[in-house]
Each structure stands twice: as structure tokens, then as C-alpha cells.
Design a protein around this ligand. Structure first.
Ligand code: CA
Length: 419
């Protein structure tokens, strides 16, 4: 195996230091109306530490996975809520950075139509008020009020005679001015993202988070931040668990590191499709295969099909082999170049902030011999500020985070966004 020779050489060459390393919405009711206290229940065990139930690999490690996110550029974030999956996704521009578990109202299915219906509105809104202190206790640690009723809601309410023309005009004018729309019409109001807990659907139509989550979230949004609430979809979510693919890859890599597979370059016969070497073993490419599989994408099948349909791109393959072809760096990089967004071909202190958790990098561990190693950028940085790389280095190592940058040259930096 080509990789065997490379890794054996790498072991001797390696001189770098490797650090293992309902809210309370009164739902249109008057604020003075009786308000139930938030439940005391804690999130059930099915919620993993980072928050959202992840459909994917190595579920035994779900509860151990957690990560925090840095401060994000002000005014660039946006939120997406998937009601069915009970997931809120925080984006920095187009890039998902974290998911949070949420709770909804007592009637969680369907768009909010009128006050008191217990539903959470679906549509495009913005945050129109942000409160950090002196909150009613049921809001928990923070309150981010949404611009409900929106213009679409107002038009629908007018058409169905829920509201009259003057009320419609007050709503319309508020949206034209970009101020908080009237909150006490028949359409309901006071719809917020707030704290208080996410274990069960307990609000009157708001979106409730755990307090530590809503504090982190509130620090990264402002009045005017867009919020899209969807009934049952998250964009770019191949496996439909509500977690965008890019974050699923990061979580998969973190779980692979928690699993700590021992480096083992042997040839394994594996099933096809969906094949994997035994959980306790793997090489560098298996980290990527497992991480991407956490998004519901089978790189074995993808690469095997790509080889079948593009033999000229793989002239070194005489006889395709579903057991091993997808596990070779040389083949994986051809597939990645044809499929995913290549951001750059080198790592420097100048571009390191473009290296985001979940990005996949190919490396040249033997000087100028070409890419022979691959890993996933982690959420953690070393003392020098360089991101640690989740990888399976070579014989004697296990899958783990390591300080490879900037010592090991990066040949290709990919983000797993399809071209
Ligand atoms: Ca997903």
C-alpha cells in the first residue's frame, strides 16, 4: 500500500513537536394574564452536550461532544430554526457555526395564525428587540423578540378578516419603518427566542433555549439579525437531523477523536456501500470517511462511483477495489477536487482565520512529495492560535487532535460545500 510506505517514512522523518492534544409569549394575551412557570425538568439524555440529537456515527460519544464558538463579526450572523427537528442554527454569513436545541409552544405543528393558538410562526423575521436584564423569570437569561406579526402574516390576517384595515396598516407601517410591529392584535405577538430550558415544549409559541445557549447566542446577534423559521427543514442537511452537513462533519470528526481509533494500515475487506473498517482501527482517510458519514454522505460510494465514471482521472487504478480505493489519499483528493470547494493551497498566519472547524485539509508530510495525509480542522486552537487538526497520524497513534499547523505543509484546503 502506498500509504504504508509514506507513513513508515513519515515516522522516521517526523521531527516536529506533536502535541496530542413561549416564551414566554403571552401569545397575544395581556402581560398581566396568568403565566405558568417554566418547567424544572432538565434536558433528557437524548440531547447531547452540544445540544442537538445527531443522527450519525459513534452515537456512544454524542454526550461527550461539546464546543464553544468565538465571537463572530457583528451584523453578519443569521438564524435558522427547524421546528420539527427542534434545532436552531447560528450562521456567520453562509457558514453554520453551531446548533442549539429548542423547545416550542404547546401546539408545535403549524404556522401561528392567531393569539392564543400556542403555535410558533413560520416565515422570515428579524430580531426587533434584545433584552439582557430585568427579564420576567419565564424568559430565562435572555430575550430576543421576533418581528412577528410579519407583513405576510398581516396580509393573511386581513384577508381572513382576523384584523381590520386600520390594524393592517399599523402593522404594515411598522414594517416599513423597521420598528417593532404592534404586539397585541388578534394575530398574537411577543414571540421571542428566550431561555428557560429546551427539554419539553413548554412555551405559548416562543422558541426556548437552555440558558447557557441563549446567552452565547444573544452575544452573537443584534436587533436586525434575520431569523428564518421553517416547519421541518434545515438547508444542506443531507441526513435530515436538522444539523447542517458542515457541522455534522465537525461533530463526526470530534466523535472519531473521542473514539480514538488505533492507526492500522492493513487492508480490510469491507461491505459496499456503507462499508467501514472495524471501529477501533483506521488510517487518516478513515477519519474523513467517518466524519462525512456523520452527515449522511457515504464517501465510499461517492468515490467508487466517481472512479467508475471518470477512469481517466485515476490512471493508476488498474482494477477498481471497493475495499480500498476510497481509503487512499491519492484517490480521495481527486474526488475532492472534482466535488468540493477548494479554498486555498497553503496555510499561513495570514489566512489561518479562513480555516474553520469542519474544513478538510490535505497535507504533505514528506517534503515536496505531494499530499499524503488528510485531517479535519477542529474547533480548538493551540497556544500560538493555530487550529488543531483531528487526524490519525501514523503507526503508534490514535485518532486525535494534534498541533500540525503550521509545521506540516497544507496542499489543499477544502470546505465541504459542493461545487
Ligand atoms: Ca445533518
Amino acid at each position: 500500500m502506498i500509504e504504508l510506505a509514506f507513513f513508515a517514512l513519515r515516522t522516521t522523518w517526523m521531527v516536529v513537536s506533536l502535541v496530542a492534544t413561549g416564551a414566554w409569549q403571552p401569545a397575544g394575551r395581556l402581560a398581566a394574564a396568568p403565566q405558568p412557570a417554566p418547567p424544572q425538568a432538565r434536558p433528557p439524555a437524548t440531547f447531547i452536550a452540544h445540544g442537538v440529537k445527531d443522527k450519525g456515527i459513534f452515537s456512544a460519544f454524542d454526550a461527550k461532544i461539546n464546543y464553544s464558538i468565538p465571537a463572530l463579526p457583528r451584523g453578519e450572523t443569521r438564524l435558522h430554526v427547524n421546528k420539527k427537528a427542534r434545532v436552531l442554527v447560528l450562521y456567520d454569513r453562509a457558514i453554520p457555526r453551531k446548533t442549539y436545541p429548542i423547545a416550542l409552544g404547546f401546539a408545535p405543528v403549524g404556522h401561528k395564525v392567531r393569539q392564543g393558538d400556542g403555535k410558533t410562526p413560520e416565515g422570515s423575521y428579524t430580531i426587533c428587540e434584545k433584552l439582557e436584564k430585568n427579564l420576567a423569570p419565564q424568559y430565562g437569561a435572555r430575550s430576543l423578540r421576533l418581528s412577528y406579526p410579519g407583513l405576510v402574516d398581516a396580509k393573511t390576517g386581513l384577508a381572513s378578516k382576523l384584523i381590520d384595515q386600520p390594524t393592517f396598516e399599523r402593522l404594515r407601517d411598522a414594517h416599513a419603518k423597521g420598528v417593532m410591529p404592534p404586539q397585541t392584535t388578534a394575530l398574537g405577538g411577543s414571540i421571542r427566542i428566550h431561555g428557560g430550558g429546551a427539554a419539553t415544549d413548554w412555551t405559548l409559541g416562543c422558541i426556548a433555549l437552555r440558558d447557557p445557549d441563549v446567552i452565547e447566542l444573544s452575544d452573537r446577534v443584534q436587533v436586525g439579525t434575520p431569523v428564518v423559521v421553517h416547519a421541518d427543514k434545515t438547508p444542506d442537511d443531507t441526513d435530515g437531523d436538522g444539523i447542517p452537513d458542515l457541522l455534522d462533519v465537525l461533530l463526526g470528526a470530534l466523535k472519531a477523536a473521542a473514539n480514538g481509533a488505533k492507526y492500522d494500515g492493513r487492508y480490510f475487506a469491507v461491505k459496499y456501500p456503507g462499508g467501514d473498517v472495524p471501529d477501533g482501527f483506521g488510517v487518516c482517510t478513515d477519519v474523513i470517511i467517518r466524519a462525512v458519514r456523520n452527515a449522511g454522505i457515504d464517501l465510499q460510494k461517492e468515490i467508487v462511483n466517481h472512479i467508475r465514471n471518470n477512469r481517466r482521472l485515476y490512471p493508476w487504478i488498474v482494477k477498481p477495489d471497493t475495499n480500498i480505493d476510497h481509503r487512499r489519499v491519492r484517490n480521495m483528493i481527486v474526488y475532492f477536487l472534482a466535488t468540493y470547494l477548494l479554498l486555498d493551497k497553503g496555510y499561513t498566519t495570514a489566512n489561518r482565520d479562513t480555516y474553520l472547524p469542519g474544513d478538510v485539509i490535505f497535507m504533505d508530510t514528506l517534503p515536496k512529495a505531494g499530499p499524503d495525509h488528510v485531517g479535519v480542522i477542529s474547533e480548538e486552537r493551540d497556544a500560538a492560535g493555530d487550529p488543531l487538526v483531528i487526524n490519525n497520524w501514523t503507526d503508534g497513534y490514535t485518532t486525535r487532535k494534534m498541533a500540525l499547523l503550521p509545521s506540516i505543509p497544507v496542499t489543499h484546503h477544502f470546505r465541504l460545500i459542493r461545487k
